[in-house]
Design a protein around this ligand. Structure first.
Ligand code: AHM
Ligand code: MG
Length: 334
């Protein structure tokens, strides 16, 4: 098979298909390079002394792991100087990070969750980096307001998955392609073109321990799945929950399925558990680009106009038929 590295893929996307300009190409290359560095740190694990807590809380009041902080710094350092960005925003920082004055500025805004699923780090399980790219509106200061654009405005989104192998899954709005890190060569190599999520599925992912806290439509939907062949759905469903969104979504991107983090009485005050800009929007773009659907139960996630940077949302995404059904249950109950 012809080996296509990420660099070659991006150049071809720019030259032959006009799917990106050279600044966006640079941006994606730099993010990929930062993810390689994060992957090396994760891979060393205990040997590098990077496991455990950093002894600080982030803006969401969550304990930061050393690797959360390290991954955030790696992404900031890698992206500051290239001249392709107007600003960055991270799940781990209260405010957007401006590009220092000593560096040139570009037109893009980079949004990321540097290490998603970090509760899995200390038990040596799969984690990931999620990123989203927006354009800074012309003539606008790259402050928080500039970032508050609905997900449909994303020009690129992706995740790096640090699992048995490290992968980069990417969309620039023309389908979804996946790359695997060749550690000896140090480059990401195209390994899957045009990922597709089948419309139907028999597999779902949800944290079932929260069932008693969910709202009625979510309980109804999951109860119907659990009823199996004898129930209204007439088929048995299987369940998986890794508690690492990148890993759960990657399984869905690979073999179909549905993922839910619905609103529940514990997270209702905050608006949900997952963050709109760092997690829900990039994952929804990838899922839609692969033929799936993503809603908050009532509307397409990508059409939600964010009100604040760290806004949270209920998330339902994956195989289209299931997402349409669970969304219809939520709409009926309005
Ligand atoms: P994080 O950004 O603090 O790591 O939290 C997000 C993670 C997701 O990756 C995952 O889907 C979810 O939290 C798991 O939640 P729970 O522990 O409630 O099952
Ligand atoms: Mg996260």
């Amino acid at each position: 098979m012809r080996r296509i590295t990420l660099s070659r893929y991006l150049i071809e996307q720019q030259r032959e298909k006009n799917h990106l300009n050279s600044d966006l190409r640079l941006l994606i290359e730099v993010v990929a390079r930062a993810c390689k560095t994060i992957s090396v740190a994760i891979n060393k694990g205990e040997l590098a002394g990077v496991l455990g807590s950093a002894g600080t809380d982030n803006v969401q009041g969550e304990v930061q792991k050393k690797l959360d902080v390290l991954s955030n710094e790696i992404l900031l350092d890698a992206n500051e100087w290239g001249g392709h960005l107007a600003a960055m925003a991270s799940e781990e920082m209260d405010e957007p990070h401006p590009i220092p004055n000593r560096f040139p500025k570009g037109e893009f805004l980079l949004v990321f969750d540097p290490l998603d699923g970090s509760s899995n780090i200390d038990v040596n399980m799969t984690v990931g980096t999620i990123f989203s790219v927006l354009k800074c509106p012309e003539g606008v200061e790259p402050n928080e307001q500039a970032f508050l654009q609905p997900g449909v405005k994303q020009v690129a989104a992706g995740y790096a998955l640090y699992g048995p192998s490290t992968m980069l899954v990417l969309t620039t709005g023309h389908g979804v392609d996946a790359f695997t890190l060749d550690r000896e060569q140090g480059s990401f190599v195209l390994t899957q073109k045009g990922m597709r999520i089948p419309e139907e599925t028999k597999e779902f992912a949800i944290n079932m321990s929260n069932m008693r806290f969910w709202e009625a439509p979510m309980q109804r939907y999951i109860n119907e799945l659990l009823a199996g062949k004898e129930g209204p759905r007439g088929k048995d469903f299987n369940m998986r929950w890794i508690a690492s969104m990148v890993a759960d979504v990657h399984r869905i991107m690979t073999r179909g399925g549905v993922f839910f983090y619905p609103i529940d009485s514990k997270t209702k005050d905050k608006g949900g558990k997952l963050r709109l800009m760092y997690e829900a929007n990039p994952m929804s773009m990838l899922v839609e680009q692969a033929g799936g659907a993503a809603t908050n139960g009532l509307q397409r996630i990508l059409e939600i106009k964010p009100e604040k940077l760290h806004q949270r949302v209920p998330v339902m995404l994956g195989s289209k038929q299931e997402i349409d059904l669970v969304t219809s249950y939520h709409l009926e109950s309005q």
